[in-house]
Unconditional design. Structure first.
Length: 346
């Protein structure tokens, strides 16, 4: 078992990517993919209609990527930048980023939801062990987001997060907000501190109004106890002051997605299962890529905007058992359904 922390070191509180168990590359007879998760979210339904994210640029800000994994062979790879060690070639010294990537672009036993996107990866999170492992600075994560915007990302997946301290570390939140304001879809993990009574909201930058915060649920469509609940009020700008009432459709989290026991790619030709909102966020990012291929008028700068997409996502969300109200602080507006969202898009 391996427990790693992933977050923004400057902001102090860190989000958990989950418990990872590496499995050797032994083939389909011994490793069972998480097909149920792609079924639940409607990604398989849209794939059956031919939507694979082609023509869409997706960026992940994470620990890197192992492009040598067999399931990542043939991935359309775009930009790479390493803010941690300055290496010119892609690598992943932790595994978390490769897990996230597999859910989006896997092309083997792990079949990602949007395997034909152009994937760019920005390493802003340290790997390895010891002090500082699994963390990154506010400045590096923010600059990675800004660079993804400059590089033409349509969707940015942030399977990372942190508690937001008052007037400390505002750069990541500001960068996420700026990306949204430019029409880019930013998807972020809600955080995994939900069982801590001191946790009052989803993690930053998932708490930014236009960002799509994603909660985690299991195969029985139950929200994970560890998944952060949202506050009824949001932060005042980049501060920790929760003063601004949240209104529909920006209540947090927005949606839930599978995030318990998810099998994905792991460095060294292995697979791993992982828990957490870090695994839930890429399902939504992949689904948005499929939707942008299906409805190019929703691409940044093409007429429709982030608000239009969010409205369709929330209208298409599947209500979860026991969560019948319009919005629940743990489950959001419901289970993300890419197939039903497509039906709500004009």
């Amino acid at each position: 078992m391996r427990h790693a922390l992933l977050g923004l070191l400057v902001i102090a509180a860190l989000a958990l990517p989950g418990c990872l168990t590496g499995l050797p590359f032994v083939g389909t007879s011994n490793v069972e993919p998480s097909t149920w998760a792609f079924d639940y979210t409607g990604l398989n339904a849209l794939a059956a209609q031919g939507y694979t994210g082609k023509g869409v640029n997706v960026a992940i800000v994470d620990t890197g990527i192992d492009l040598g994994h067999p399931d990542l062979n043939g991935v359309r790879f775009g930009k790479w930048k390493d803010y941690v060690n300055g290496q010119a070639s892609p690598y992943d010294d932790d595994g978390h980023g490769t897990l996230v990537a597999g859910i989006i672009v896997g092309r083997g036993l792990v079949r990602g939801g949007a395997p034909d996107v152009t994937l760019s990866v920005y390493k802003a999170i340290r790997g390895g062990t010891g002090e500082g492992a699994g963390s990154g600075t506010d400045a590096d994560v923010a600059e990675a987001i800004n660079q993804a915007v400059r590089d033409g990302a349509h969707v940015i997946c942030l399977s990372l997060g942190s508690g937001r301290a008052l007037l400390l570390g505002p750069s990541t939140a500001n960068a996420a907000a700026a990306a949204v304001n430019r029409g880019i879809y930013v998807v972020a993990a809600a955080g995994n501190e939900g069982e801590d009574p001191n946790t009052k909201d989803v993690a930053a930058p998932a708490d930014v109004a236009g960002v799509i915060a994603v909660a985690s649920l299991d195969v029985n469509k139950r929200v994970a106890a560890s998944s952060n609940a949202g506050s009824e009020t949001g932060p005042l700008g980049p501060t920790g002051l929760a003063l601004v009432p949240r209104e529909h459709p920006n209540k947090k989290p927005e949606v839930s997605a599978p995030g318990v026991g998810i099998l994905s790619t792991f460095p060294g030709g292995k697979y791993a299962r992982a828990d957490g909102t870090s695994m839930a966020a890429p399902f939504v990012a992949a689904g948005i890529a499929q939707l942008l291929e299906a409805k190019p008028g929703y691409m940044p700068g093409k007429g429709k905007d982030v608000g239009d997409m969010k409205a369709a996502i929330l209208q298409g969300a599947e209500k979860l058992p026991g969560y019948n109200q319009q919005h629940d602080r743990k489950a959001g507006y419901g289970l993300f359904r890419a197939d039903l969202t497509l039906q709500k898009m004009g």
